[in-house]
Design a protein around this ligand. Sequence first.
Ligand code: FES
Length: 163
Amino acid sequence: MELPEANETLSRRRFFVNGIKVVAGLLGLGLGIPLVGFFIAPALKKEQHDWIAIADLNLMNAGEPAKVTYQYTRRDGWKTAETRKTAFVVKHADGKITALTNKCTHLGCGVEWNASSKQFTCPCHGGVFDIQGNVTAGPPPKPLTRLMVKVEVNKIFIKDAQQ
Ligand code: FES
């Protein structure tokens, strides 16, 4: 008659062991999932940078693009690198502000503002863009890329969405 009691003890022991395994597994999942997320999240994040103060609105002349160079820390997964880029900030006659990258959309040469013809010209293959960045001549397939712009307390800020 001792046999059923032994079985009952074994069964109770097995129950506690299994219970401990379940609790340990849940704890492992509870800690493991956030840890995996912590290590993988940077690789899934898109590069981002904050708004960059680039020019003083009061110093801008309408119709005269100002060439500016800006720098930000580029994050790509776990890697970071300092990135330096050039853009043109334009104050238009109606007071509107735009910012364009200086990269030609044909093969990426740096465009320059030609004050006499009032156009951006590309030295590589003769691409020409108007002050809005639209293609007016040459092989570029699309307008110059626009950057995000905001003005706060007479300071012009840009944000490079393409990063
Ligand atoms: S790179 Fe500008 S026209 Fe070709």
